[in-house]
Design a binder for this molecule. Structure first.
Ligand code: FES
Length: 334
């Protein structure tokens, strides 16, 4: 059947095309479903189907347990309807942090190599994009029908331009097949967004921030730091950037300048493999060494899964309340 299917969720109802993912349909209709990876690996987007059928790849049981699958849970980011559906009601979201998902177009504004295998790419938008600091877009890889997620490094409200930090993924369709191989200034870029619930929440303006990044996980934290300082230039913000070698570090001057101009900001680059005059070891250990208590902070962590997990552990050891720990894991796709 070619017609869109209807998905009822309590009092809310959206239309979903037979080839459209349920999550995509909800977010485009402005109905918020929590979501993070959009790749079937985090489980954040799960919904329970009470009537109807979907087409969905078998989920990893680390993401959806057997019990949950028996109860009718599916990953909405991976599932397309094959009939009209009823799902358990979704929390109707009145939260201004969440924006309607849509198609976005622009052109490449600049491409700059900033470290080993790392580029900063800017995209000039055809229309402004509303998003919350920390969120990402899915870039369409030309000619492939596939997408890859990249977080905005700029804060919201800078209408004309998005900034992305892009690490080369050997053999990667987006990086080796396109961005590091022939992307040119001025070429068109198609995206969807904004995605994700790694969102800066200015709920507790009195709390300091700890921003923990691994590699290009720095991008959304740059957006968050800028947004936080726009609200309060005095805010206490400790930025830790973990990379393997000194040649992987980038944006050093940006952060040093920020720290010089804002008394509350500290910036600690940390090498896990390389040797230099600065800090070495894992960023989580650096936090433990520097901060006897993390009680009066909230934290945002973004990077490879192992780094994020270790960072969360470190913060909990320093008595940070779990609800103040926000995390985004980068699972690189080829
Ligand atoms: Fe769907 Fe992560 S599994 S958003």
């Amino acid at each position: 059947s070619e017609r869109p299917f209807r998905i009822d969720a309590g009092d809310t109802s959206v239309e979903c095309d037979p080839d459209q993912k349920m999550l995509d349909a909800f977010l485009r209709a402005g109905v918020w479903i929590p979501n993070s990876c959009n790749q079937g690996t985090c489980g954040t987007c799960k919904v329970r189907i009470s009537a109807g059928t979907v087409d969905t790849p078998p989920p990893l049981d680390t993401v959806l347990s057997h019990t949950e699958q028996e109860q009718g849970f599916v990953l909405s980011c991976q599932s397309v309807p094959t009939s009209n559906l009823e799902i358990d009601s979704v929390t109707v979201d009145s939260n201004a942090r969440h924006h309607v998902l849509r198609d976005i177009s622009g052109t490449v504004g600049s491409i700059r190599q900033v470290a080993d295998d790392t580029l900063t790419v800017t995209v000039m938008l055809d229309e402004p994009l509303e998003f919350t600091a920390g969120q990402y877009v899915e870039l369409s890889i030309p000619g492939t029908g596939t997408t890859r997620p990249y977080s905005m490094a700029n804060p919201p409200g800078q209408d004309g331009e998005l900034e992305f930090h892009i690490r080369r993924q050997p053999g990667g369709a987006a990086t080796d097949g396109w961005i590091f191989d022939g992307m040119t200034v001025g070429e068109p870029v198609a995206m969807t967004g904004p995605w994700g619930d790694f969102c800066f929440t200015p709920d507790d303006p009195d709390l300091g921030l700890i921003l923990l990044a691994g590699g290009t996980g720095l991008a959304p934290l740059k957006s968050i730091a800028t947004a936080a300082l726009e609200l309060d230039p005095e805010r206490e913000i400790h930025v830790y950037h973990g990379v393997r070698f000194e040649s992987d570090l980038y944006d050093v001057e940006h952060w040093q300048t920020l720290a010089a101009n804002h008394p509350g900001v500290s910036y600690t680059p940390c090498l896990s493999r390389g040797q230099w005059s600065g800090r070495t070891g894992y960023v989580g250990d650096a936090v433990i060494a520097d901060l006897p208590s993390c009680k009066s902070f909230s934290a945002y962590l973004c990077g490879p899964p192992a780094m994020v997990e270790a960072g969360v552990k470190a913060l909990k050891r320093r008595r940070m309340s779990p609800r103040r720990i926000h995390r985004e894991k980068y699972t690189p796709a080829i």
